[in-house]
Design a binder for this molecule. Structure first.
Ligand code: DX5
Ligand code: ZN
Length: 216
């Protein structure tokens, strides 16, 4: 069964604690989308949000940095309570250093690839990561349609896990629901981010369960 990471991007910010409580018992991760208005067009929220959320949730706080040169903020996110920090290979010429900085803080390190980026671009750092995030939409907005072409990259990463003996999790993000999750899960995805599918429903925990049920 896949692990689920509801994205607060689609939650009600003025009632964030209430919305997090709704999924706290069913989900494993909480996905926090940090957008800088440069690497992606939108601006969302920063390290201060992680600090506040840490006080009210025991979920694995999964910080997805859609930020150019993320090295500038890694320490602050770690100090504020992130359990896992993801950095895009497209966002820095120093992806190895960025991942090293995350690991030096004792936080789980994740490398992220956009739909237009091949797996080859992250091969040199796969030995050092705890998780790989395969974007299944172009980052920047919730509510987009799942891109099925990205699934072959999940398969490719799963094959590398076997041939090289890696044990990283494979996360998917964008357009995930109880249907789209199936092919990704069969290809090797182990964690599913879902924003609009979960929080646009009156009963978010039932949507978390629906994703899990689809991968039983
Ligand atoms: C997109 C973000 C996603 C977003 C997913 O740039 O990285 O985490 O919240 O939203 P849905 O599940 O609605 O596609
Ligand atoms: Zn995300």
């Amino acid at each position: 069964m896949i692990k689920v990471a509801p994205s607060i991007l689609s939650a009600d910010y003025l009632n964030l604690e209430r919305d997090i409580n709704k999924i706290e018992k069913d989900a494993e991760y909480l996905h926090i989308d940090v957008m800088d208005g440069d690497f992606v067009p939108s601006i969302s929220y920063g390290p201060g949000w992680v600090k506040q959320i840490r006080k009210i949730s025991d979920l694995i706080l999964d910080v997805h940095m859609m930020v150019r040169n993320p090295e500038r903020y890694v320490d602050e996110f770690a100090d504020n309570g992130a359990d896992l920090i993801g950095v895009h290979v497209e966002a820095t010429p120093h992806i190895h250093r960025a991942l090293q900085m995350i690991k030096n803080k004792g936080v789980k390190a994740e490398v992220v690839i956009n739909p237009g980026t091949p797996v080859e671009a992250i091969k040199p750092v796969l030995y050092m990561v705890d998780q790989v995030l395969v974007m299944t939409v172009n980052p920047g907005f919730g509510g987009q349609k799942f891109l099925p072409e990205t699934v072959k990259k999940i398969q490719q990463l799963n094959d590398l896990k076997k041939s090289e003996g890696y044990s990283f999790d494979i996360e998917i993000d964008g357009g995930v629901n109880n249907e789209t999750v199936k092919t990704a899960y069969n290809a090797g995805a182990t964690v599913a981010v879902a924003g609009s599918y979960v929080f646009n429903d009156e009963n978010p925990s039932s949507k978390v369960q629906a994703i899990k049920d689809a991968t039983k």
